[in-house]
Design a protein around this ligand. Structure first.
Ligand code: AMP
Length: 508
C-alpha cells in the first residue's frame, strides 16, 4: 500500500523518465530531472539535521519551485510555500507561526528574504541543487516516514486577520488524488495548464496528478489571465487538454466573448472550483465547446482539496444552480443543523466532511483547530473528527448537493432571514447581467448589489421585482466594469464593502 507521495514520482520515473513533468516559458523539468533535483535538496536539508520540521519555500512560481517542494519531503520535512506577491507583513506572520528554521529562496526572492526577520538557515535553490545525493540518509528518512506525517502547511486567510496554516499529510493527498483521478479519468495523456497559485491547495490537482500518471503540467504566465485571446492561443500552442481552474478565470474568457474569436482546440476536460459558476457563463462554455466534459468540484483546504464532484453534462436553466454533486468514495458529507443534528430531507444544513481527506488542522493553533475540527455528533462514542465548513447546502431529488451560501452570508434584514446567494442567483438569471456580488451593510441595513453587464439599474430592478419578495430587493445597486477578486480569484466582498463605505463617507 502506498504511504508516501514520493512513490508517485518514483514509479513514474521508472516508466517515463525523460517525459516533461513541469514546464514554463523558461524551464522544463523531466520526471528524472525532478527526482534528481529533489533528492539533492532533500540531502541538503538532511545534512543540516532539520527533520520533521516546516521548511519555508519562497521562490517564484516555476518548475524549480515544485522540485523544492518534493525536495523538502525527501528531507523528511514539510513545505510551507510563500508567494512572491505576499506582502511582507503577511510573510512575517507566517514565519512567526511556523517557527521554521530553514528557508529556500531563489535569485528573484533573495533580496526580499534578507529584509525579513528570519533567524534560521537561508539557502539559495541554485546552491542547494549542487549538493550530492546521499541515498543512505534519504533511505533512512523514508523508512521512518508514516502516511500521517505532514507534507505541507498552506496558509489561508483567517477571519481574525492572522493566517491559518492548514497542515496536510501523505494519506490525505493520496486519498484525494486516487479518487479525483478515477472520477475525472486522468491519465498519462493529460496535458494540464496550471492557473492556481502553488501556495493554494487547488494546485494539487494537476501537481499530484502529473506525478501519479506521468502527465505534463504547463505553468501559465499570470498576465495571460487578463488577456483571454492570448490565453486560448497559449492553450492551443501547448495542446492543453485538461484545465482545473477557478470560476473567475473561466468567466473572464466567456464574458469577453473570446470564443467568437478563438477556441481551445485540444481541450477535453474543464474542472471548475472555488465558487458557484454563474449558469449563463457556464452555458456559454458548454454550448461553445460541446465535446468538452465539465466537472464542478467542491471542497475546502481543510479537507486536502476537493470533497465532492458533479459531472455538469447539460445546459442549465437560468434560475438553476449547478450542483456540487456527491462525495468522493471514502469521503462522507453530513449536513448538520444549528443543533448539530442531521437535517431532514430537503432541509439545508452545514456541510461537515468526514474521511481520510480531513487534514491535521491549523499549524500551532489548537484553539482554532478545535473550533472547526470537531467530534462527529452522529458517533459520540469514539474519536471521529469532522470538519465544519461553514458552507450551507441541501440535497436535490437525485441526492446531489446544492451549494446555497456561506453560513456567514446569511443575514437578518427587517426581521427576515435571507441568504444573499439567493438574491445573486436571481440577479444572474436576468439577461444582461454577467457577474454580480451582494453584500450586507449592517451600518445602514442595506443590501447592496454590485454587478457587471449591459443592463441598466431601472430595468434590473423591474426584473428582480418579478422574482424576489420586496424585502429581498437590493436597496442599492452599483454597476461596475469588473468585480474585484481576491488573490485566490474569488469575488472580493471585503473590497466591495470598503469601497462602498468610502463612497458613503465621501457623500456625507
Ligand atoms: P478554499 O479553502 O480556498 O478552497 O475555499 C473553500 C471554500 O470555497 C468552500 O468552503 C466554499 O465556500 C467555496 N467553494 C469551493 N468550491 C466551491 C464550488 N464548487 N461551489 C461553490 N463554492 C465553492
Amino acid at each position: 500500500m502506498q504511504t508516501n507521495i514520493l512513490e508517485y514520482l518514483e514509479n513514474t520515473v521508472k516508466r517515463v523518465p525523460e517525459k516533461t513533468a513541469f514546464a514554463d516559458e523558461n524551464q522544463q523539468l523531466s520526471f528524472e530531472g525532478l527526482e534528481d533535483t529533489a533528492k539533492r535538496i532533500g540531502t541538503a536539508i538532511a545534512s543540516e539535521r532539520i527533520y520533521k520540521k516546516p521548511v519555508i519555500v519562497f521562490m517564484k512560481k516555476s518548475p524549480a519551485l515544485l522540485a523544492a517542494f518534493f525536495g523538502v519531503v525527501y528531507g523528511g520535512c514539510f513545505y510551507v510555500p510563500i508567494d512572491e506577491e505576499m506582502p511582507e507583513s503577511r510573510i512575517g506572520l507566517i514565519i512567526q507561526s511556523t517557527k521554521a528554521e530553514y528557508l529556500i529562496c531563489d535569485n528573484t526572492t533573495i533580496e526580499k528574504v534578507q529584509n525579513l526577520n528570519f533567524s534560521g538557515i537561508i539557502v539559495l535553490y541554485e546552491k542547494c541543487i549542487e549538493h550530492n545525493i546521499d541515498d543512505v540518509k534519504l533511505d533512512k528518512i523514508r523508512k521512518d516516514s508514516l502516511d500521517i506525517d505532514p507534507v505541507y502547511v498552506f496558509y489561508t486567510s483567517g477571519s481574525t486577520g492572522v493566517p491559518k496554516g492548514v497542515t496536510g499529510c501523505h494519506r490525505g493527498i493520496i486519498d484525494y488524488i486516487e479518487h479525483l483521478s478515477e472520477a475525472l479519468q486522468f491519465d498519462e495523456d493529460c496535458v494540464f495548464a496550471n492557473q492556481t497559485p502553488m501556495y493554494w491547495d487547488a494546485s494539487m490537482k494537476e501537481i499530484y496528478a502529473t506525478l501519479k500518471h506521468g502527465a505534463t503540467t504547463y505553468i501559465v504566465p499570470k498576465n495571460l489571465f487578463m488577456l483571454p485571446v492570448k490565453l486560448i492561443e497559449y492553450l492551443n500552442r501547448y495542446r492543453i487538454n485538461t484545465i482545473c481552474w477557478v470560476v473567475s478565470a473561466l468567466t473572464m474568457i466567456s464574458a469577453y466573448k473570446t470564443f467568437d474569436i478563438i477556441k481551445p482546440k485540444y481541450l477535453r476536460l474543464v474542472a471548475f472550483c472555488g465558487e458557484v459558476f454563474p449558469v449563463k457563463q457556464f452555458n456559454i462554455w458548454k454550448r461553445e465547446l460541446p465535446k468538452v466534459e465539465f466537472y464542478n468540484l467542491y471542497g475546502p483546504t481543510e479537507t486536502t482539496g476537493v470533497s465532492t464532484f458533479y459531472h455538469a453534462d447539460r445546459i442549465f436553466a437560468d434560475d438553476e444552480i449547478i450542483p456540487i454533486g456527491k462525495a468522493f468514495p471514502n469521503t462522507q458529507i453530513i449536513l448538520l443543523n444549528e443543533d448539530m443534528r442531521e437535517v431532514r430531507e430537503n432541509e439545508t444544513g452545514e456541510i461537515c466532511i468526514r474521511g481520510s481527506c480531513v487534514t491535521m488542522g491549523y499549524y500551532g493553533d489548537f484553539e482554532k483547530t478545535n473550533i472547526a475540527f470537531v467530534q462527529n455528533p452522529t458517533s459520540p462514542e469514539y474519536r471521529d473528527i469532522i470538519y465544519r465548513t461553514g458552507d450551507i447546502a441541501r440535497k436535490d431529488k437525485d441526492g446531489n448537493l446544492i451549494f446555497i451560501d456561506r453560513k456567514d452570508n446569511q443575514i437578518k434584514h427587517m426581521g427576515h432571514r435571507i441568504e444573499l446567494g439567493e438574491i445573486e442567483a436571481d440577479v444572474l438569471a436576468v439577461d444582461g447581467v454577467n457577474i454580480c456580488c451582494c453584500i450586507y451593510v449592517k451600518e445602514n441595513n442595506k443590501i447592496v448589489l454590485f454587478y457587471t453587464g449591459d443592463i441598466e439599474k431601472g430595468k434590473l430592478t423591474k426584473e428582480l421585482k418579478k422574482k424576489l419578495p420586496r424585502y429581498m430587493l437590493p436597496n442599492a445597486m452599483i454597476k461596475m466594469d469588473t468585480i474585484p477578486v481576491t488573490q485566490n480569484g474569488k469575488r472580493d466582498r471585503r473590497k466591495l464593502y470598503s469601497s462602498y463605505m468610502m463612497n458613503m463617507e465621501n457623500t456625507i
